[in-house]
Ligand binder design. Sequence first.
Ligand code: IMP
Length: 191
Amino acid sequence: MNQFNQMRLQPEPPLPGHRLEILHEEQDIRQRIAELSKEIREQLGDKDPIVVCVLKGAFVFVADLVRQLDFPFTVDFLRASSYGDSVVTSGEVKLDLDLQQSISNRHVLLVEDIVDTGLTLKYLQSNLESRNPASIKICTLLHKPLNNVKLTHIDFCGFEIPNDFVVGYGLDWQGYYRNLPYIAQVHQVSK
Ligand code: IMP
């Protein structure tokens, strides 16, 4: 263990009323991202793609993923919201922040944190398709296949997980827990 690791602060404890159960440790995530980056390189390595990060949840994943990609590409950001502060989807998706770059004739890699019902992805895909990209490929860190009411094809998937609410590694509960280096299921416990 080097000096930096020894000095690293422990992540925050759970909020009152929560117990966290780790689903994927930091090391698992790092390993899976290395594998994903090879798959992405095979399909997009010679295509000068634009990597589109879906804010806010995908920011940690994208930061780690792009540093594993050793070919030319650009990065842009958009923000979609469907959830508000609830853990239950409102069913409505809107674009809060749009891309700055044109994707016309570009190969797009759309990167999500999690595909739950698939509503956000479905909306974003059709929105981006209307801008005449050369192609769109979908990458998500997490996928809850049991909850997909609007199934969309996913090209690159980190982990399939059960239909439970998870936090960490960019994913939040009411804005909290994005800094956790692992992915954990949140259990409600009596206070
Ligand atoms: P979908 O439209 O139902 O697929 O949900 C997409 C968005 O909901 C994701 O980009 C997340 O921001 C949020 N979301 C869905 N499930 C979870 C979860 O388990 N933890 C945290 N955020 C989630």
